[in-house]
Write a protein that binds this ligand. Sequence first.
Ligand SMILES: [Zn+2]
Length: 355
Amino acid sequence: MRVVYTSRHRQHDADTEVQFGVPGPLYEVPARIESIRAALDADGGFELVDPVEHGVEPIHAVHEPAMVRFLETAWSEWLRENGAPEMIPDTILHPALREGMGSLGEPRPVLARLGYWTWETMTPIVAGTYEAARWAADTALTTVDLVLGGESVAYGLCRPPGHHAPRAAFGGYCYFNNAAIAAEELTRRTHEPVAILDVDYHHGNGTQQIFYSRGDVLYASLHGDPDRAYPYFAGFADETGAGDGEGANLNIPLPEGCEDAAYLNEIDRALDRIAEHGGSVIVVSLGFDTYVRDPICDLALTTAAYHEVGRRVAALGRRLVILQEGGYYVPHLGENARQWLRGVEERSPQLSRSG
Ligand SMILES: [Zn+2]
């Protein structure tokens, strides 16, 4: 299996986030991706390839260009106006603040613009954030290239992750929505419907928002119930899409402590829905923060479950664009990823090479 990887993800290396109301070390660290790369290297069955630059157009296809511009220039403006070691907002544009007063254009001070384009305090910007986020999008797009070029499955080691970023905001460790950029590119190039399966612990609120009114892109997600889990404001079972997208959004919220057997039943529900949706390619938002030892999440999956989920996803017989999202128990992250991908290959050995 080909794996798209670049060491440039390390340019995004922040020290501090404010999570659960407490400042502390960031969980979303470069060692995450390096641990996966090391496990795949040691396996010997995976071939690393560099991402190819695709320019900003595929990003503009799903994101507000003014937000992309902000992320591009934010750090240099921050250095001129502020100079604190990381960009974390102190003021965020809550919709009630201007209720009944009309919308507000992008403000001028960089600190105000930061609170205009994000909604939370866990997604700092540092010197290399924009570069790394661009390369993460290029990693996703190169994974699409491989699959449309004849590979039946390819894996993009995206970092920073993407699924929390909606069209016109960033947050949840995510700046550009790599899976949405990949899905949009697939619809444009294949003229087919596309399904996105999101198995990260957290609901992919950004991906859902981007495609909520579209019937050609199915979004199906299993995640910690937003009644208790980030991102709190989206991911409920009754969010089924709007307009042309009605019925093309499937949320499966999971209870605290959910174990392998119950999880696999729910995966089958999502896969049944995906099987009904047309198209020949599935985008997988792959997260391992569902793991029993994850430090910030509360499900209880074991490594064996990842192998089985990989098998079941491959059993659909569709081509797979697999993109890395979250997962924060770094010591076992590599093995969990390796088992997921080995599960894919075991179920469909012919998928490991072009076909
Ligand atoms: Zn997550």
